[in-house]
Design a protein around this ligand. Structure first.
Ligand SMILES: [Zn+2]
Length: 307
């Protein structure tokens, strides 16, 4: 092999879901190959960005959607709307006692934790951005606990938790199997894992093919319902249910996303509509099933022997 800057990238040799080595090139996105496991259908970025490349991608403004205060409040409203939809799914899945302990991995600016707290839960968040954690702390009014770091930085002695939730996180982690093992260790037996992530089964993935907006280098894995179910089962979770990932979005939010991550054939349309649709309409919260799924499961008392 010729030496080149890609040497620092991580080459995946086998599928983290089914261990197959039959990973086949499909296409590339922003200079990164996208492969598909011929045995289970998991798709992955491969080779994967180096730590330095990920550091540049997750710069200060990675989560910055709006620059002004009104715009930020609008985004908070949408995110809390999505949190309520997710918490409704959780409540349908299991009845949780008041004061149930919930940990969110990748808690960002705390909107999910705010809504969970409003439902009487005792909340903890772990988030690698200290800046985002500061904002979350303010929203939680000093109640709830926030740690800076990743799931591995939450001491198992801080558990057990009744619920561990993560939204738009598992597709970013280097080792999704190790991630779920850690989640398992942090839950009480019977405790609930809640995972939201983009899915290949979504209408947007089917419609857009390789132009799907979720294909980006920092998304290391592209699950489907079947592959994520399989991974959860292998790592000691049972009673798994899946739902389409409903989010609360507005036209403005979606158009802003497509302005930032241009998609051929779509961005010109959203840019055009952004100029002609009245402001009030552009910011009206809408329930949208776009590209995601939600899976929930329970920690089995005895982890399966699969790993
Ligand atoms: Zn596979």
């Amino acid at each position: 092999m010729e030496p080149d800057p890609a040497a620092a990238r991580h080459t995946v040799t086998h599928c983290p879901v089914c261990q197959s080595t039959r990973l086949q090139d499909r296409f590339s996105v922003q200079g990164f190959g996208v492969m598909r496991c011929e045995d289970c259908g998991l798709m992955l970025t491969n080779p994967q960005p180096s730590d330095a490349e990920l550091g540049r991608i997750y710069g200060e403004d990675y989560f910055l959607v709006e620059n002004d205060a009104a715009g930020q409040r609008h985004v908070d409203t949408l995110k809390q709307g999505t949190a309520d939809l997710y918490l409704d799914l959780l409540a349908k899945y299991a009845s949780l006692p008041a004061g149930a302990r919930l940990l969110e991995i990748g808690s960002g600016q705390g909107d999910f934790l705010v809504r969970a707290q409003a439902r009487g839960m005792d909340v903890t968040g772990v988030e690698y951005s200290a800046h985002a954690n500061g904002i979350a702390q303010g929203k939680l009014g000093g109640r709830g606990r926030l740690l800076v770091g990743e799931v591995g930085d939450v001491p198992v002695s801080d558990g057990p938790f009744d619920v561990v939730a993560c939204s738009d996180v598992i597709e970013h982690v280097r080792d999704p199997a190790a991630f779920l093992e850690r989640v398992h260790a942090l839950l009480r037996p019977g405790g609930i894992v809640f995972v939201a992530t983009p899915t290949q089964d979504s209408w947007s993935a089917r419609l857009l093919g390789r132009r799907w907006m979720e294909f980006k280098p920092e998304h290391l894995w592209y699950f489907s319902t079947a592959t994520l179910r399989s991974l959860l089962t292998q790592h000691g979770f049972a009673d798994i249910v899946d739902h389409a990932g409903v989010k609360t979005l507005s036209f403005d939010y979606v158009a802003g996303h497509f302005a930032r991550y241009p998609v051929q054939g779509i961005t010109p349309i959203t840019n055009f509509l952004r100029r002609i649709v009245p402001f009030g309409l552009r910011r009206r919260p809408l329930r949208v099933v776009a590209s995601g799924m939600v899976l929930m499961g329970r920690r089995e008392d005895a982890p399966s022997a699969a790993s």
